[in-house]
Design a protein around this ligand. Sequence first.
Ligand SMILES: NC(=O)c1ccc[n+]([C@@H]2O[C@H](COP(=O)([O-])OP(=O)(O)OC[C@H]3O[C@@H](n4cnc5c(N)ncnc54)[C@H](OP(=O)(O)O)[C@@H]3O)[C@@H](O)[C@H]2O)c1
Ligand SMILES: [Zn+2]
Ligand SMILES: [Zn+2]
Length: 347
Amino acid sequence: MRTTMGWQAAGPARALRRAPLERRDLRPDDLAVRVDYCGVCHTDLHAVDGRDGAADALLVPGHEFTGVVTATGAEVTRFAAGDPVAVGNIVDSCGACAMCRGGQENFCHAFPTLTYGGTDRHDGSATLGAFSREYVVRDRFAYPLPAGLDPAAAAPLLCAGITVWEPLRALGVGPRTRVAVAGLGGLGHLAVKLAVALGAETTVVSRSPDKAEDARRLGAHGFVVSCDPERMAAARDRFDVVIDTISAPHDLGPYLGLVAMDGTLSHLGHLGPVTVETTDLLVGRKKLSSAGSGGRPATAAMLDFCAEHGITADIELLPSAQVNEALDRLRRNEVHYRFVLDMSDLD
Ligand SMILES: NC(=O)c1ccc[n+]([C@@H]2O[C@H](COP(=O)([O-])OP(=O)(O)OC[C@H]3O[C@@H](n4cnc5c(N)ncnc54)[C@H](OP(=O)(O)O)[C@@H]3O)[C@@H](O)[C@H]2O)c1
Ligand SMILES: [Zn+2]
Ligand SMILES: [Zn+2]
């Protein structure tokens, strides 16, 4: 085993604390990656806040990171020590099912191995995330980081970015599409940048009127305050695609109201049961969809697109020692628009 340092929740305490953790010895198709930058996703916050305390297993969050390869397994040919890489929220899949064969490893019928909180398919160990200085990952699930992308600001592309990219592409978003992005946070601000770069007419739907200026700066053409019923009514049936990234449970009715006839609400944010009034779908033949993460081909395509268009996240870079402050501010919606942790203070 290899020992590294990381930020972990253990026992009843909610705050993460710095402690050593173990990584597996490299298998023939593994890479060891020095984690330089890891984004703080709202999913990390759900994971920390959702713990049952002492009964829960060790939690090390972090599933969107960039770094440098430090060692490779005997069979690795795509990467060498020194290569800059990016890794997201999936680190393995069965490789044999129809989804994996079709390049949708994120939908693997045997369930993909999550970067943390998952179970390693080979040794059954619990996966520990990238709020740590080293990560060991199967080479298929590491991506070359394109030259020209800032490695700190690119880290959030690997969860927030790909999570919105796949549905934008799958729903055919392009020059004539009218897109609304609900919730202007980590996922939302990247959805705006990507939709705008794809040529879509893009509107932000937010409960925070003070984000209007940021929305414009990000390239959005319109801004609707979600808690203003008049503005919401005026935006009725206006969007071919609504990308919902809201992090809390909420009524889908008002957002389905924004969807144009035969359009789609892609519900990506808070996962869990939802109640839908069928007439909200019936009137206008509207579709309700969801998505999560991305397959390997889409992830590589998203990184290429971002390199070509100069797209990265708007980040606030913090030393990893401030991880608990970052989580607290994310809880209070005080982020513009992604915290990224600099892991070099773990040396
Ligand atoms: N499907 C997937 O695979 C996947 C992947 C990653 C993350 N997620 C989930 O996506 C969600 C968003 O993640 P994120 O990292 O983008 O979070 P975030 O940065 O905290 O952004 C969430 C945004 O949602 C809006 N919001 C928050 N609470 C709200 C409430 N009570 N009512 C209405 N709007 C509210 C806020 O935007 P405004 O201020 O503009 O209203 C906030 O900025 C999380 O639930 C996360 O777990 C899913
Ligand atoms: Zn995430
Ligand atoms: Zn599979």
